[in-house]
Design a protein around this ligand. Structure first.
Ligand code: CAA
Length: 387
């Protein structure tokens, strides 16, 4: 694995780090408590190129690669996981999917506003009865007799950025009897009649990334907003998630790094029994294991990003690398943030420090974009060839 960063990758990492420390870190706790969506920051991040890092400049993005995306995600997530959640959906689940499967018109019309930070996007796959079992959806899309529209009736749950999204990629059944092969993908403009948002979820963590149910009732979607071919929707959903999972791995690395760095500082300063607590072997063991897991998670995540870059020329899927990165990094983040709370003792449990927020935020990385159980299933199925 060649880990020499290019000048461009250094630049975006530095730009993300600077923005995170000057604009995000100072407001992260406030947004966590209020749950207010950080719209102004997201727009400003778009202007910096952080909302479409891998999108070519001609479509409003930064024209960089997956490693650049991972580096920037780590910096943003280290300051606030909720900001990085919004960033990940805009970048990978939305822009990446349309760049990969969209027509020229779709790229021009629907990618540019999101990549440039003017508009927020979402990804609507999950339904109340189908989370892990993603193809088991009830939402339908029926083509009108004149072929100009699809009439969509859909109820989707847990839609990240749903209350703020102007556009989303939505999956619905165009053929009820064809299982996964009967699912198609659509680009939805939420300002069109027939679209509405339902209840907003009160969440444990990433509280400033608004999450809600959405409903489409006899929503008339223009036929040219079909993304890819009819019936190709499930494969589009899965391959987009391959990329999305690298972003969640990077988010987990960012949260874990913040918790680790805070712990390192604390154990050097905090005194007990007349010594810095960092000189006690039980604390030293924690620090050593936190650092090792953090570094392993970072390397697996960068490795997955490199495989994604390679796949553009060799066409080889990076499904296993993406799942391994997400599985390991999310579980490492949960473990590291848990240790960070323990090291900080009462201060780790207090809202006066960000440690308890890191702990709450880390949990979602083991759940969304495929649970740890689903990542294990994906890896094992691909490795063994058995189901
Ligand atoms: N790339 C391309 N094609 C893929 C693919 C991939 N990564 N994964 C599967 N496929 C293809 C298969 O090859 C198969 O095609 P054929 O029939 O032609 O062989 C087809 O898709 C169906 O695949 P499976 O039979 O493996 O499908 P399955 O029903 O057994 O499900 C699963 C597989 C891995 C469990 C899948 O349902 C899954 O990943 N579930 C988790 C869903 C998930 O991650 N949801 C997250 C929601 S989004 C979110 O969380 C966003 C947010 O909030 C920020």
């Amino acid at each position: 694995m060649d880990l020499q960063l290019t000048e461009e990758q250094h630049m975006i990492q530095q730009a993300a780090r600077d923005f995170a420390s000057s604009e995000i870190a100072p407001v992260a706790a406030k947004h966590d408590i209020s749950g207010e969506f950080p719209l102004a920051n997201i727009k400003a991040m778009g202007e910096l190129g952080l909302m479409g890092i891998e999108v070519p400049e001609q479509y409003g993005g930064a024209g960089m690669d997956a490693v650049a995306y991972v580096l920037a995600m780590i910096e943003i997530a280290a300051a606030d996981a909720a900001h990085s959640t919004i960033m990940s959906v805009n970048n990978t689940l939305y822009c990446n999917g349309i760049m990969q499967y969209g027509s020229e018109d779709q790229k021009q019309k629907f990618v540019r506003p999101v990549a440039s930070g003017e508009a927020i996007a979402a990804y609507a796959l999950t339904e109340s009865q189908s989370g892990s079992d993603a193809s088991n959806m009830r939402s339908t899309a029926k083509k009108t007799a004149d072929g100009k529209h699809y009439v969509i009736n859909a109820k989707k749950s847990w839609i990240t950025s749903g209350p703020e999204a102007r556009y989303l990629v939505l999956f619905a059944k165009t053929d009820a009897d064809a299982g996964a092969k009967g699912i198609s993908a659509f680009i939805i403009d939420t300002s069109v009649e027939g679209f509405s948002c339902g209840k907003t979820e009160p969440k444990l963590g990433i509280r400033a990334s608004a999450t809600c149910e959405i409903e489409l009732s006899d929503y008339h979607c223009p036929a040219d907003c079909l993304l890819g071919k009819e019936g190709a929707g499930f494969k589009i959903a899965m391959s987009v998630l391959d990329a999305g999972r690298i972003g969640i791995a990077a988010q987990a690395v960012g949260i874990a790094r913040a918790a680790y760095e805070a712990s390192l500082e604390y154990v050097r300063e905090r005194q007990a029994f007349g010594r810095e607590i960092g000189s006690f072997q039980m604390i030293q063991a924690k620090i050593a294991d936190m650092k090792t897991k953090l570094e392993a998670a970072r390397l697996l995540t960068l490795n997955a990003a490199l495989k994604k870059i390679e796949s553009q020329s060799n066409g080889v899927r990076f499904t296993v690398e993406g799942s391994m990165a997400k599985l390991f990094a999310s579980e490492a983040a949960m473990w590291i943030t848990h240790q960070a709370v323990q090291i900080h003792g009462g201060m780790g449990y207090s809202k006066e420090m960000p440690i308890e927020r890191y702990f709450r935020d880390a949990k979602i990385t083991e759940i969304y974009e495929g649970t740890s159980e689903i990542q294990r299933l994906v890896i094992a199925r691909m490795e063994t060839g058995l189901r």
